[in-house]
Write a protein that binds this ligand. Structure first.
Ligand SMILES: [Zn+2]
Length: 162
């Protein structure tokens, strides 16, 4: 398990240079330089923060759709300390030796009305026979891969050579 250091107000991943400062001028452990300066934070609600972050992502090309970006922030921000969360966003890093990944894919978007149905359906088909038919399974992990502007799910890793 790895804990990534992200700003506990806006969710920005922080390098050492990105930390804000506490009232005593010491770098803040939790907040970025945009959110905290000398112990002071801008006054805004979580909803306003989601809106601000979404606009920045759109401007910088990290998001293509404003509403999808707002939705993403509204699901992440409540986990952060400023907004009453625990501040931990644990995720698992799994290093796999070179493998071939087999499975199903589809193209959809965060705003498509049938997005949940499409992705849910893929998992259903995957476990309803596709997974069982894949030979040389080499890993207990099921991989759900979503790439920018499309989602391709679900797959399983298998070795190419026995
Ligand atoms: Zn921040």
């Amino acid at each position: 398990m790895t804990n990534t250091k992200i700003c506990q107000s806006c969710a920005m991943p922080m390098t050492a240079a990105d930390h804000g400062t506490n009232a005593d001028g010491i770098p803040s452990a939790d907040f970025c330089k945009f959110c905290m300066k000398n112990g002071k934070m801008g006054d805004c609600t979580m909803e306003q923060m989601a809106d601000i972050c979404a606009d920045i992502d759109l401007r910088d090309g990290r998001a293509a759709d404003k509403q999808a970006a707002v939705n993403m922030y509204m699901s992440v921000l409540p986990m952060l300390k400023r907004w009453g969360g625990t501040g931990t966003m644990e995720y698992e890093v799994v290093e796999l030796p070179q493998m071939t990944v087999r499975g199903l894919g589809c193209r959809t978007s965060n705003t498509a009305p049938d997005m949940s149905e499409k992705i849910g359906g893929l998992w259903k088909s995957f476990f309803g026979g596709v997974f069982q038919s894949i030979d040389k399974k080499a890993s207990p992990y099921k991989i759900g891969r979503a790439s920018c502007r499309e989602r391709m799910l679900p797959r399983t890793a298998c070795r190419t050579t026995p």
